[in-house]
Design a protein around this ligand. Structure first.
Ligand code: ADP
Length: 515
């Protein structure tokens, strides 16, 4: 049959797809089914180094209720039409809103965005998938609640649900989002609704306060996976502390990453530093606030001398630690003595609020992010090269200086081979560091696209050869990353997929899981 669909799911004939679309329209209403190219366009604004075409959805569905989601999966099973659930689709640098496999329909949950409950005593929230951080921030402000959010980089427009399901992080003591998630509602591929943990009990009031429930703990299998559509999620909120003391420690030399991390590890494991602070290199600081052509227009990776010179002019460290203390004045005072002493002994130069100019944009946005205040400042990174290309290479490292130094040398050398700048940040985990390299490039330049693709691939494999793996991956490389985690893990993933979604209708290819 001749058709004018922009793409079709693999193995689904046009007439079957057309019949499915007709049934989708009956479920959610005409205006909530998208198949025309111009309306699909926003779903294909990807930043990763692969052609848009490979990730072209066949359309998008915007349900308004759990019942509609249940009815949609019924039609998906009937016609073998797959859907790619997104909460807000701001997964920038990991694939944005577009599916891993061409022809998958986007299941956009943005209309299901209610805040169902915010409990100021027990400090938790229960929201629908499409609820954004901005909505929650507004709610907290309107109701004058003594609670803090913990937000990732695209905070205002992103969702707690999408970010947590992809195991994203923020920067307060609640930075490891999945750790602070509590209870989910999931529409399974067979249309049934699962409430995890205590939510399985009728009239339970402990769904958002006790994570484990009874029997196997299931929430984890719905993260970075394609085993269900999460329609509601609970998570904990941090009580606003009486005193918040952010600080910055600058180190002058690249090799000082060893001293920085070895100092942070002790303070972090002992919970003196409680938050997911960051350690950014000079080029990260520069890239957030400057455009590359202002400093360098030559071929290849920006030379170290240029970075050093600009960093000196601006007063940036080769490495810049941003972290904070939280608590009562007495607690903060005691902890500050330890923190100051430890960083000074390691050769760092320490700055607090009083030392920083009020209009310093880098200080300001870290101060915001470490206290859960929404900020878009870090988006400045995307102007460094321009052209809309960004891919996060994000290996996990031990929180041990010798290890972060080794990863730094490896990543810098590999990115140099491909003419990509080493714009890097370590996010403080607990015993780990998330080593984050933002590969920035111009998507309109085919040579830069090829370089970025090749660079990510080499980073992935060379790091894997040393036993290092990424914590999260973009949709172009999910199969490769899954393969690196070995056949047994993959077999278990596939067994779960066959059991829970035998028709492969949910997000085929997510995390390399496809049957
Ligand atoms: P955000 O906009 O909050 O950054 P996204 O909505 O882009 O996050 O979600 C990130 C990824 O998590 C998606 O690409 C998808 O694989 C998965 N995901 C998001 N929301 C859901 C959901 N409600 N159910 C199942 N998987 C989801």
């Amino acid at each position: 049959m001749k058709h004018d669909f922009v793409a079709l799911p693999k193995g689904v004939p046009a007439d079957a797809f057309a019949a499915a679309v007709k049934e989708f329209r009956a479920i959610v209403g005409d205006e909530h089914v998208i198949t025309s190219a111009d309306l699909i366009a926003p779903y294909i604004k990807i930043m990763i180094p692969e052609e848009d075409d490979k990730h072209m959805p066949s359309g998008a569905l915007l349900p308004g209720s759990v019942e509609e989601v249940q009815a949609i999966v019924g039609v998906c099973n009937k016609y073998k039409v797959p859907v790619w659930p997104i909460s807000t689709g701001r997964n920038f640098g990991y694939g944005s809103a577009a599916p891993a496999r061409r022809g998958t329909m986007v299941l956009d949950l943005r209309r299901m965005n209610r805040i169902l409950e915010v409990d100021a005593d027990l400090c938790y929230a229960l929201v629908e998938a499409g609820c954004t951080y901005q909505q929650l921030a507004d709610y907290i402000e309107e109701h004058d609640l003594p609670l803090w959010l913990d937000t990732p980089m695209p905070a205002p427009v992103a969702s707690p649900t999408g970010n947590t399901l992809d195991r994203g992080v923020g920067y307060t003591p609640y930075g490891e989002h999945f750790l602070f998630q509590c209870g989910m509602e999931v529409v399974l591929a067979n249309g049934k609704v699962l409430r995890t943990g205590m939510g399985a009990l009728e009239n339970s009031n402990t769904w958002q306060v006790f994570k484990w429930g009874y029997g196997p703990y299931l929430d984890g299998i719905f993260t970075q996976s394609n085993f269900g559509i999460v329609t509601k999620m609970g998570f904990w909120l941090m009580p606003r502390p009486p005193v918040y003391k952010p600080f910055l420690v600058k180190y002058p030399h690249e090799e000082d990453i060893v001293k920085a991390i070895d100092t942070i590890r002790v303070l972090r494991i002992n919970q003196i530093i409680a938050n997911a602070g960051t350690v950014s290199n000079a080029l990260w600081e520069i890239a957030v606030t400057t455009r590359r052509f202002e400093l360098w227009e030559g071929e290849g990776q920006i030379p170290d001398e240029i970075v050093r010179e600009h960093a000196r002019e601006k007063g940036y460290g080769a490495w810049n630690v941003y972290a904070a203390l939280y608590g009562t004045q007495e607690q903060v005072d005691v902890n500050w003595k330890m923190v100051k002493g430890a960083f000074e002994a390691s050769g760092g130069e320490i700055f607090t609020e009083q030392d920083m100019p009020a209009d310093d944009p880098l200080w300001q946005y870290r101060k915001d992010m470490m206290s859960g205040t929404l900020s878009m400042r870090e988006f400045g990174l995307y102007n460094w090269r321009g052209g809309g290309g960004s891919t996060w290479f994000a290996p996990v490292s031990q929180a041990r200086g010798s290890e972060t130094l080794k990863q730094m040398h490896m990543a810098k050398a590999i990115t140099r081979e491909f003419g990509i700048d080493y714009v890097a940040l370590f996010i403080i985990g607990w015993r780990d560091m998330h080593h984050i390299v933002d590969m920035l490039y111009d998507r309109t330049d085919p040579a830069q696209m090829r370089a970025a693709h090749g660079c990510y691939e080499k980073l992935l494999h060379d790091f894997a050869a040393q036993g290092y793996g990424v914590y999260r991956a973009n949709t172009a490389f999910m199969d490769e990353v899954a393969a690196l985690y070995g056949p047994v893990k993959h077999e278990v993933n596939l067994a779960l997929k066959r059991a829970l979604d035998p028709n492969n209708i949910l997000a085929p290819g997510k995390s390399g899981i496809d049957i």
